[in-house]
Design a protein. Structure first.
Length: 124
């Protein structure tokens, strides 16, 4: 009996030692999503954070200014790590006649419901 109890206790301890920490699991999860540093808005040309990535930082973006992606450019996935809400637009002129969605900071969108052609960053 003692041997079985000791073996169970030993395996439980080993499982705890081998289990990833919450921080490691969170870091691994973010790495899988795609690289995007704190303070950035990252846009990818393909879904699931693939394709060419472009980044913007608050220092380079006017608050509430419509930022159009380069001619012919679009995004299919995005990560908002700006610390502020960001609205993405189907329209290249931020017109609200097309589709648009506002995402809070910390949002990772593996597949936008429409082709993103422009965005605005808002005050808190």
């Amino acid at each position: 009996m003692r041997t079985v109890a000791a073996a169970v206790a030993a395996s439980a301890g080993l499982a705890l030692l081998c289990a990833p920490t919450a921080g490691a699991a969170a870091a691994a999860g973010k790495e899988r999503l795609g690289p995007c540093a704190a303070g950035q808005l990252c846009l990818w040309t393909k879904t699931d954070f693939h394709g060419t990535r472009s980044t913007s930082e608050l220092a380079d973006i006017g608050i509430e200014d419509c930022v159009t992606l380069p001619a012919g450019g679009s995004a299919a996935s995005l990560a908002n790590r700006t610390g502020r809400p960001v609205t993405t637009y189907q329209s290249a002129t931020c017109a609200e006649t097309g589709e648009f969605t506002t995402y809070p900071s910390g949002t990772w969108v593996p597949e936008s419901p429409y082709v993103v052609r422009a965005y605005k960053v808002w005050e808190h």
